[in-house]
Every structure is written in structure tokens, then in C-alpha cells.
Design a protein around this ligand. Structure first.
Ligand SMILES: Nc1ncnc2c1ncn2[C@@H]1O[C@H](COP(=O)(O)OP(=O)(O)O)[C@@H](O)[C@H]1O
Ligand SMILES: CC(=O)N[C@@H](CCC(=O)OP(=O)(O)O)C(=O)O
Length: 293
């Protein structure tokens, strides 16, 4: 019993510090492993709301999009972590992200007593994007080639009024990383980038990225080598020296951008562990990697 009380007492300074502060939670596709863990994450988000924090959720769903593409006989292709998106793929992206994952997250949060509302970047023109310029890649023979990513966008403008309207009225916004260009065309956006840019725009206190590793690791193959705390400079060094690679690079860059734009701390944590969100926010030792300016 005393242990339970201790937990609450340890959380109190954090509850006070973060009262009425926005927290941007990026819920990655690799962290959505089963119904049980999705329920647990949704319950944690509801708890954040009830202790006075304002959670805003941006979700991914890359693995689920790839599964749906394969079912329809299409082969997923990525350049620097961005999915090459033709028109048919864009339809699949919309179906999976907006139609399936967004509604599932909204439904689960509501089931646990939160007032979640689903949005895509089209709602209230939240995410205005422009088509991304072709990427330059170096092929095996050392030749540089330009590759058009198709309907992939980069953010041009964020109109956060719909988010503020919802949080001010105690709703929890749940956002799909789908943008709209100035001619009303739909563009596929990277969910990490969207999370970081929204976090900066709404002056979030924290950006928390839920993924499928314990955090940033000194040796990506060894989960025991978790780095608990880093500064932006130290993080930049880890990217430069190749410790951080693959899917972790866009996450690290997103954290750096957000911290440089006024977000107080960024966290990369293991979304497959139950209550990792609460452990990171409300305990002294945390659970993943915390990055500070
Ligand atoms: N230094 C590192 N520490 C942790 N993970 C790393 C590191 N370098 C590369 N990674 C890789 O980054 C991956 C996370 O990125 P990604 O697969 O895109 O996740 P998500 O789908 O959650 O967005 C990890 O599974 C891991 O393989
Ligand atoms: C342009 C682009 O690549 N968009 C991503 C959007 C989903 C996403 O980012 O999901 P995760 O966070 O689970 O990786 C995609 O199509 O996979």
C-alpha cells in the first residue's frame, strides 16, 4: 500500500509542472503491436487528460499500409524512409490511416472515457503541404539519380486553430499524417515529421515518440545499451558518427527541430511496453531516452 502512495507522491511534482501543458504523442506503427497494448496506451492518454495535461496524438501506421499494399499485389518501396506513393497507393494510405487506424485509436480512447476526435491534415486545412521535390540517390555504381516520390508531401503551413479549439474544450485530437496541397490534392506525409512540426507550432511542452526500441541505443543491436539523457549536440554527434541509423535518423532530426523551436524536451520510448508513457512522464528515472536543448 505504502508503495502505491509513494508512486503518487513521486508523480505530484510532474502533475503540477505539466498542468494545462500540451504534450504531443507520436504513436508509431511499430508500437501498435496488439489490441492489449493499444488499450493500455489509450488508457494512459486518457489518464494524462484527467490529471490536467493536454495530450495531442499524431499516429503512424507504416507497417499496416505495407501489409495492405501487399494484399493488393503492390510492392512497398521507400527512399530515405519515405514511401513512394502513386495514386493507387495514396488511396490505400487514406484507407489505412484515416479509415482504419485513426478511427481505431479514437474508438479506443473514447471507450476508456476520453473525448477523442479524429482529424486528418485536411480538416480545417490543418496540414497544408507541397509535393516533395525528387530525391537524389546514389546507385550501386556511384551514379547520382533523381527519384520522384509521387504523392509525398512536405509541410508548408500548419493551421493549428482546430487543435486549439478541441483541446480548449477537453477533446483529445488524434491526427493522421495526410496533408492537402493548395489545389486540394491529398499528399502522404511522414508521421514523425508531422508530429515534430505540430509540437513546435502548438508550443508543446514535450514531444514523445513511441516506437519499437527502448530508446536511443549506443549499440542498436543491444537493448541493454540505452542512453537515458542526451543534449541536442550529443544527439547530432550520434547521427554524424553513425550510431543512429535507419528509421531512427528522421526521429532524431525531428526531435532536434522541435527542441530548436521551443519544445522543452523530446523523448523516444518503447511503445510496446505497457504504461511506458506514464513511466516516462511521471517518474524520476523515466523509461526511454530524453533529449534536452
Ligand atoms: N542508435 C539506435 N538506437 C535505437 N534504434 C536505432 C538506432 N539506430 C537505428 N535504429 C533503428 O530505428 C528503428 C526505429 O525506427 P522505425 O522502424 O522507423 O520506427 P516506427 O515505425 O516506430 O516509426 C529501430 O527499430 C532500430 O532498428
Ligand atoms: C511519406 C510516408 O512515408 N508516409 C508514411 C506515413 C505513415 C507513417 O509515417 O507511419 P510510421 O510512423 O508507422 O512509420 C507511410 O506511408 O508509411
Amino acid at each position: 500500500m505504502a508503495k502505491k502512495i509513494e508512486v503518487l507522491i513521486e508523480a505530484l511534482p510532474y502533475i503540477k509542472k505539466f498542468h494545462k501543458k500540451k504534450m504531443l504523442i507520436k504513436y508509431g506503427g511499430h508500437a501498435m503491436i496488439d489490441e492489449d497494448i493499444m488499450n493500455s496506451t489509450a488508457r494512459d492518454i486518457v489518464l494524462l487528460k484527467y490529471v490536467g495535461i493536454e495530450p495531442v496524438v499524431v499516429h503512424g501506421g507504416g507497417p499496416e499500409i505495407s501489409r495492405a499494399m501487399k494484399k493488393m499485389g503492390k510492392k512497398p518501396k521507400f527512399i530515405d524512409g519515405l514511401r513512394i506513393t502513386d495514386e493507387e497507393t495514396m488511396d490505400i494510405v487514406k484507407m489505412v490511416l484515416v479509415g482504419k487506424i485513426n478511427t481505431a485509436i479514437v474508438g479506443t480512447i473514447c471507450f476508456h472515457g476520453g473525448k477523442a476526435v479524429g482529424l486528418s491534415g485536411k480538416d480545417g486545412q490543418l496540414l497544408i503541404a507541397r509535393k516533395k521535390a525528387p530525391q537524389v540517390i546514389t546507385d550501386k555504381s556511384g551514379k547520382k539519380r533523381k527519384i520522384d516520390l509521387g504523392l509525398v508531401g512536405e509541410i508548408e503551413e500548419i493551421r493549428p486553430s482546430i487543435i486549439n479549439l478541441l483541446t480548449e474544450n477537453d477533446y483529445i485530437p488524434v491526427i493522421s499524417p495526410v496533408g492537402v496541397d493548395r489545389n486540394a490534392n491529398t499528399l502522404n506525409l511522414n508521421a514523425d515529421t508531422v508530429a515534430g512540426e505540430i509540437a513546435s507550432k502548438i508550443n508543446a511542452e514535450k514531444l514523445i515518440i513511441l516506437t519499437d526500441v527502448p530508446g536511443i541505443l549506443e549499440d542498436p543491436k543491444d537493448p541493454e545499451t540505452l542512453i537515458k539523457k542526451l543534449t541536442v549536440e550529443e544527439l547530432q554527434e550520434l547521427i554524424k558518427n553513425g550510431t543512429i541509423r535507419g528509421g531512427m535518423v528522421p526521429k532524431a532530426l525531428t526531435c532536434i527541430e522541435a527542441l530548436n523551436s521551443g519544445v522543452s524536451s523530446a523523448h523516444i520510448i518503447d511503445g510496446r511496453i505497457k504504461h511506458s508513457l506514464l513511466l516516462e512522464i511521471f517518474t524520476d528515472e523515466g523509461i526511454g531516452t530524453m533529449i534536452v536543448p
